[in-house]
Design a protein around this ligand. Structure first.
Ligand code: 5AD
Ligand code: SF4
Length: 482
């Protein structure tokens, strides 16, 4: 994805360049020196473990961290009992933060056995000043902390960390910089996420993302298209365009362009078979986009359309800029244009002030839309967001009862929906050998459902026509169609 870096040409006696990405290449060369010294001393290469704790954007960032670690000579591994461990954190809900503190405690005992071990933290949680203060005070065994805005500086920070005995901390409040052409280690050879924008401008009142990911910044269409072309040349057949709110893509570019236009350009790339995108905000989903989806041969028949609440009163308090009727009418327009589309969603239960009537409005939307699947969340109070200061926080037992009722309906409907395409023949992109049964392969339909069927490793990365013999609720068993 990037031109091979010619490390021979980098002169480490000179000062580091100021421009990017040349500056990071310089620091990668520095890190390679450290790795060489490590190898000479210990007779082996250092190991590194990257733990991804968040969403698809976070997963993509982890691939960038892995790319840099591999480029400088680390051997990637899954175990945290190793020389370098980095947690790429999430902070969308409070229990995500608590998990990190718990795991840092465990790492401390590993580090006692291996005092040379280095521990790094990055991602959304590190953008919160209280978190960094707490780590500085109570988790002194952490060696490096950085945030979401300067992830591109990872090589530089790593080099700094190797040279220092102190905890290195570098968290930026904001940036307008987008650094291209850094190494990346893709999890799959045949599919890849592609960032199209960073940040979020929506300030939904419960959500911490705009505070930790900053304002919306779109990549230029030509950079995105060039990246996808290079990925396709490298064997990728499916891409997922990533952004917190892809529907507002391109609005702040020097030459503005719509997300729908970008999709049309992506569609033209020869050799690319499938296009996905995530996440769509209902308020910005245009008729232009619906029209492009309807005529596309490559855009997958899946739309993730977060509802959050079915009550217009609560949606207003959430600052979502649509009401129940507008959401339902949008779904109707989408279904009319793309009848076989699977619609999935996110729903929050127990937002401050949510009454039983409000909750029943959410249940009503669930009944009307009949989602293929839904992520259901218990409202989590995030300090610093407007909702955290709202009166009338809902008692836990009331939330739990609503949550259980919602989950039951969502699962029941999801299963019924899955049954609708049982015994049809569909195209599956094969992803891997099944973890439980090596005679099976697993892949995904255009609508994102998982299918397992007899096959072998030669099918991985290929589109195969499969007859869905049995629906098992959330997945299918199938066989290659004759
Ligand atoms: N509490 C619960 N769920 C939340 N989400 C975002 N913020 C919160 C919060 N404070 C959910 C939303 C969003 C998804 C990624 O996480 O449903 O769509
Ligand atoms: Fe959070 Fe709303 Fe932005 Fe999504 S659109 S990241 S829920 S503020």
């Amino acid at each position: 994805m990037y031109q091979e870096i010619n490390f021979e040409k980098i002169d480490l006696h000179k000062k580091p360049p100021t421009e990017e990405p040349a500056r990071q290449y310089y620091f990668m060369a520095k890190c390679r020196q450290w790795v060489d010294a490590f190898e000479q001393k210990k007779g082996r290469l250092p190991g590194a473990c990257v733990v991804n704790m968040g969403c698809q954007m976070n997963a993509k960032d982890s691939e960038k961290l892995k790319g840099i670690l591999e480029t400088v000579g680390f051997v990637l591994q899954d175990s945290e009992d190793t020389d370098f461990v980095i947690y790429n954190t999430c902070t969308v809900r409070e229990n995500a933060n608590n998990k990190v503190y718990g795991r840092l405690g465990t790492l401390q005992s590993i580090k006692k056995k291996n005092p040379d071990m280095m521990i790094a933290l990055c991602g959304c949680m590190m953008q919160e000043p209280e978190v960094v203060a707490k780590i500085k005070q109570s988790y002194r065994h952490v060696d490096l902390i950085f945030g979401t805005h300067n992830l591109f500086k990872f090589a530089e920070l790593l080099a700094q960390c190797f040279a220092s005995k102190q905890m290195v901390i570098d968290v930026w409040e904001e940036t307008d910089q987008i650094v291209e052409e850094l190494p990346i280690d893709r999890k799959y050879a045949f599919k890849s996420g592609v960032n199209i924008m960073f940040g979020c401008n929506n300030f939904c009142s419960y959500c911490i993302v705009p505070y930790v990911r900053g304002r919306e910044r779109s990549r230029k269409p030509q950079d995105i298209l060039r990246e996808i072309e290079a990925l396709v040349a490298d064997g990728v057949v499916e891409i997922m365009l990533l952004g917190q709110n892809v529907n507002s893509y391109g609005k702040n570019l020097d030459v503005p362009v719509t997300f729908a236009r970008l999709l049309e350009e992506v569609e033209k790339i020869d050799g690319l078979e499938r296009i996905r995108f995530m996440t769509s905000h209902p308020k910005d989903l245009s008729d232009e986009l619906i029209a492009v989806m309807a005529k596309s041969k490559k855009i997958c028949r899946h739309l993730h359309l977060p509802l959050q609440s079915g009550s217009s009163r609560i949606l207003k308090k959430m600052n979502r800029h649509y009401d129940k009727e507008q959401y339902l009418s949008l779904v109707e327009r989408i279904r009319a244009a793309v009848p076989d589309i699977a619609i999935t969603t996110d729903i929050i239960v127990g937002f401050p002030g949510e009454t039983e009537e409000d909750f029943l409005e959410t249940m009503d939307v669930v009944e009307k839309v009949r989602y293929d699947s839904a992520f259901t969340f218990i409202y989590s109070k995030r300090t610093g967001t407007p909702a955290a200061d709202m009166e009338d926080q809902i008692p836990e037992d009331v939330i739990k009862d609503r949550f259980d009722r919602l989950l039951e309906r969502v699962q029941k409907i999801g299963t019924e929906k899955s049954k609708e395409i049982e015994r049809t023949v569909q195209e599956v992109l094969v992803e891997e050998i099944n973890a439980q049964d090596a005679s099976l392969v697993s892949g995904r339909l255009s609508n994102n459902s998982v299918v397992h069927f007899p096959g072998d490793a030669s099918m991985i990365g290929k589109l195969v026509r499969v007859s869905l013999t049995e629906c098992k609720g959330f997945y299918y068993l199938g066989e290659v169609a004759g």
